[in-house]
Ligand binder design. Structure first.
Ligand code: URP
Ligand code: ZN
Ligand code: ZN
Ligand code: ZN
Length: 472
C-alpha cells in the first residue's frame, strides 16, 4: 500500500528541508510539499527528522570467536539494529585456510537467511593469498556481489594474514574493483607483549590495553597505507581508535592515497580507564584495538569533523559478561574481544556529536549512512532519501531524553557498554523498503524480511530508475 509521511524534516548528507515523502512498492516515489494522500496510509512524523536508514558497515553476528560464539545472531542483532535506526548491516564473513571462499559464504547465507529483519550484505575475509583463493575472487564479486575484502593484520595464529597476503589482496582489489579493509594492529608485536605480560603474572583486563599500544595500531595503519600506495589500490581502515592511526590516515590522504577510515562509538565516548573497573568488570570493555587514553577522543571527533575519518561502524561483537567474558578471568588474553554497540551506534553519534556541536546534522547522516553506502556499492539505492531510493527511513525524535541500559536494550547480552548514559534523541518509527520494522518504538518486523544485498564494485555508482517525480 502507498504510504505518505507528512510533517517530517528530511535530512540527507547535504540538505535539511521540510517535505512529505511518498512511498510505493518499497521505493520513494515523490518528495515534496503537500503531496496527495489519496488512497495512502498517512504517517504523521510530528515534526521529527526523517533520516535515511543507518548503514552499519561493521558487524559480527553469529560469529565464532575465542572458543565461543557471539550472543547476537542475525535475528536479535538486526532487531536491535532496527530499534537503533539502522536498516542495513554489512557483516564479516569469516573464511578458513584451505577451504573455498564459496563454502564460507554459504555458511554466512545459512546464518542470515530467514533471520535478518533488515537488509544485509557481507564483506569477505581473506586469510591467505593462495592461487586458489585469488582465482575465486572474480566469481565472488560476480555471483555474490561481495565487493569488499577484509584482511586482519592482528590476532596471530587465529585470523592474522601476512603482508604478502595483504599486498596480493590489494592488487586484486585494484584489478577487480573491490575495497580492501584492514584491522590494523601489529599482531606479531602484540603477541610478544601478551606472552611477556602473562609470564610476569599480569593477568587483569587492563593488560589487554597495555599489551596493544597505540604505536602497534599506528605502525600497522601506516604499513597498510604504504602497501596500498604501492599497489595503486584502495583501503578502508576499520575501527580506528587512536591519534597515531588517524594521523597515518591523514598523512596518506594528503599524499593522494585512496584510503578511508572508520571509527566506532566506543572509542568516542569510553576510555582505557574502563578496563580497570573492579570485580573483573573491565572485561566488558575489552575491544581490539583497545579503548585508549581519553585525550584521543577529541582527536577522533576532529578527524570525523574534518573528513580524515568518514564512517561509524558498531563493530558489533557481543558476548555476555557471565559465562563468556568470564572465560578470561584468570588470563586477559582469553577474554572474547568485542561488545554490544549495534543498537546505540546512531543515537550515540547524534547525542554526543550533533547535540554537543561536534559535527553537523548533515555530517551525522553522512557518517552513519550515506558514506558507507557510497564506499560499499549500495548508493543511491541505500544511504539517502531521494526519489528512486529504497524507502529505508528513520523517523527520529531529536529531543527525547533517555538513559541507556541493558534492561531496556534489545541486544541478547547481559550488559550494555553505555549503561547509565544519558542521551538525547531516539528513533520512533523505522521503515525498511517501505515496510514498518519499528512502529512507535515497537518491533513489528519479521525474521527473514531482510534481503541479501549484492553490491556494486568500488567506485561504481548505479543510476536509479526514475520511478516518480520531485514535486515542489
Ligand atoms: O574487539 C573486537 N574488535 N572484536 C571484533 C573483531 C574485530 O577485530 O573486529
Ligand atoms: Zn549466494
Ligand atoms: Zn577488528
Ligand atoms: Zn570487527
Amino acid at each position: 500500500m502507498k504510504k505518505v509521511i507528512i510533517n517530517g524534516i528530511v535530512v540527507t548528507a547535504s540538505d535539511t528541508y521540510q517535505a512529505d515523502v511518498c512511498i510505493e512498492n518499497g521505493v520513494i516515489t515523490q518528495i515534496g510539499s503537500k503531496l496527495s494522500t489519496e488512497g495512502a496510509e498517512v504517517i504523521d512524523a510530528k515534526g521529527n527528522y526523517l533520516f535515511p536508514g543507518g548503514i552499519d558497515p561493521h558487524t559480527h553476528l553469529d560469529m565464532p570467536f575465542g572458543g565461543t560464539v557471539t550472543k547476537d545472531d542475525f535475528e536479535t542483532g538486526t532487531i536491535a539494529a532496527a530499534f537503533g535506526g539502522t536498516t542495513t548491516v554489512i557483516d564479516f564473513c569469516l573464511t578458513s585456510k584451505g577451504k573455498s571462499l564459496q563454502s564460507a559464504i554459504d555458511t554466512w547465507h545459512a546464518k542470515s537467511k530467514d533471520k535478518a529483519v533488515i537488509d544485509y550484505g557481507f564483506h569477505l575475509q581473506i586469510v591467505e593469498g593462495s592461487d586458489e583463493v585469488l582465482s575465486e575472487l572474480p566469481k565472488v564479486i560476480e555471483n555474490e556481489g561481495i565487493t569488499s575484502f577484509k584482511v586482519f593484520m592482528a590476532y596471530k595464529n587465529v585470523f592474522q594474514a601476512d603482508d604478502e597476503t595483504l599486498f596480493k589482496t590489494l592488487l586484486a582489489g585494484k584489478e577487480l574493483g573491490a575495497l580492501v579493509m584492514v584491522h590494523a594492529e601489529n599482531g606479531d608485536v602484540i603477541d610478544y607483549l601478551v606472552k611477556k605480560a602473562l609470564a610476569e603474572g599480569n593477568t587483569d583486563p587492563i593488560y589487554h590495553a597495555l599489551t596493544r599500544p597505540p604505536e602497534a595500531e599506528g605502525e600497522a595503519t601506516g604499513r597498510a597505507a604504504t602497501l596500498t600506495a604501492l599497489a595503486g589500490s584502495q583501503l578502508y581502515v576499520v575501527h580506528v581508535s587512536c591519534a597515531e592511526a588517524a594521523r597515518k590516515i591523514a598523512e596518506a590522504r594528503s599524499n593522494g592515497v585512496d584510503i578511508w577510515g572508520e571509527t566506532c562509538p566506543q572509542y568516542l565516548v569510553l576510555d582505557q580507564s574502563y578496563l580497570e573497573k573492579p570485580d573483573f568488570e573491565g572485561a566488558k570493555y575489552v575491544w581490539s584495538p583497545p579503548l585508549r587514553e581519553k585525550w584521543n577522543q577529541e582527536v577522533l571527533w576532529n578527524a570525523l569533523k574534518s573528513g580524515t575519518l568518514q564512517t561509524i561502524g558498531s563493530d558489533q561483537c557481543s558476548f555476555d559478561f557471565d559465562g563468556q567474558k568470564t572465560l578470561g578471568k584468570e588470563d586477559f588474553s582469553l577474554i572474547p574481544n568485542g561488545g554490544p554497540i549495534i543498537e546505540d551506534r546512531v543515537s550515540i553519534l547524534f547525542s554526543e556529536g550533533v547535540k554537543k556541536g561536534k559535527i553537523t546534522l548533515n555530517q551525522f547522516v553522512d557518517l552513519t549512512s550515506t558514506r558507507a553506502a557510497k564506499l560499499f556499492g549500495l548508493y543511491p539505492k541505500k544511504g539517502t532519501i531521494a526519489v528512486g531510493a529504497d524507502a529505508d527511513i528513520v523517523i527520529f525524535d531529536p529531543n527525547v531524553e533517555r538513559v541507556i541500559s541493558a534492561e531496556l536494550h534489545h541486544m541478547a547480552v547481559d550488559y550494555n557498554a553505555f549503561e547509565g548514559k544519558q542521551v538525547v534523541g531516539e528513533p520512533v518509527t523505522v521503515l525498511s523498503r517501505g515496510e514498518f520494522v519499528i512502529l512507535d518504538k515497537q518491533f513489528v518486523g519479521k525474521a527473514g524480511a531482510g534481503q541479501y544485498l549484492k553490491r556494486a564494485k568500488y567506485g561504481e555508482e548505479k543510476v536509479t530508475e526514475e520511478v516518480g517525480s520531485v514535486v515542489s
